[in-house]
Design a protein around this ligand. Structure first.
Ligand code: HEM
Length: 157
């Protein structure tokens, strides 16, 4: 009885380990797989932001479209909150990867802050101001972030 139990407790971890090894992806290391996933997730997030900023640009300054504007701004906040947690993109020529990643996160947080200011203006009836924020600060954050973080066109991504 003792011997059988003993044999089982020795064999089980071995069988479990073998099963895990077989289930692991054959070529990508864990870090590389995560990097690929995060890259795809960031692209998806950006497409979401683009879709919603279109609606927001058309609705933010119009009091009668406040419901639509609020929906878009909240959708963008959610996307940004998720994007902020992704691994920073890989850009050629970056020497200090840690500083690059910190700045990426801070700019995502800036985007979130501006989206929150727009939400407050919409809720408190400052529609003209909300519209100005969309065409001004929001576009500015987008453009300056893209200059800093978007991989160059000929990079292999
Ligand atoms: C309202 C704000 C923003 C909009 C509408 C927007 C939109 C877009 C779009 C349409 C793309 C092209 C996606 C593709 O490759 O197909 C893109 C790419 C990208 N954006 Fe944004 N973006 C915004 C803000 C930001 C911010 C704040 C950051 C960084 C802090 C950022 C970082 C990037 C990066 C790194 C890429 C390249 C992704 C890749 O490798 O393909 N974006 N963005």
């Amino acid at each position: 009885m003792f011997d059988r139990l003993c044999l089982r407790s020795l064999l089980l971890p071995l069988v479990g380990g073998l099963a895990l090894a077989l289930a692991a992806p054959p070529t990508l290391s864990g870090a590389a797989a995560r990097q690929g996933d995060d890259h795809e997730a960031l692209e998806e997030a950006m497409h979401g932001l683009k879709r919603h900023i279109r609606t927001l640009s058309k609705s933010a300054a119009r009091p009668e479209a406040v419901g639509e504007a609020l929906e878009s701004v909240v959708a963008m906040q959610k996307i940004t909150l998720d994007a902020k947690a992704l691994e920073a993109p890989h850009k050629d020529g970056v020497e200090d990867r840690a500083a690059f990643a910190t700045a990426f996160r801070a700019d995502m947080a800036r985007l979130l802050k501006e989206l929150t200011e727009i939400e407050i203006d919409l809720l408190e009836g400052r529609h003209e101001k909300a519209g100005q924020r969309v065409t001004g600060a929001l576009i500015q954050i987008r453009n300056s972030s893209h200059e800093k973080y978007q991989p160059d066109e000929d990079e292999d991504h």
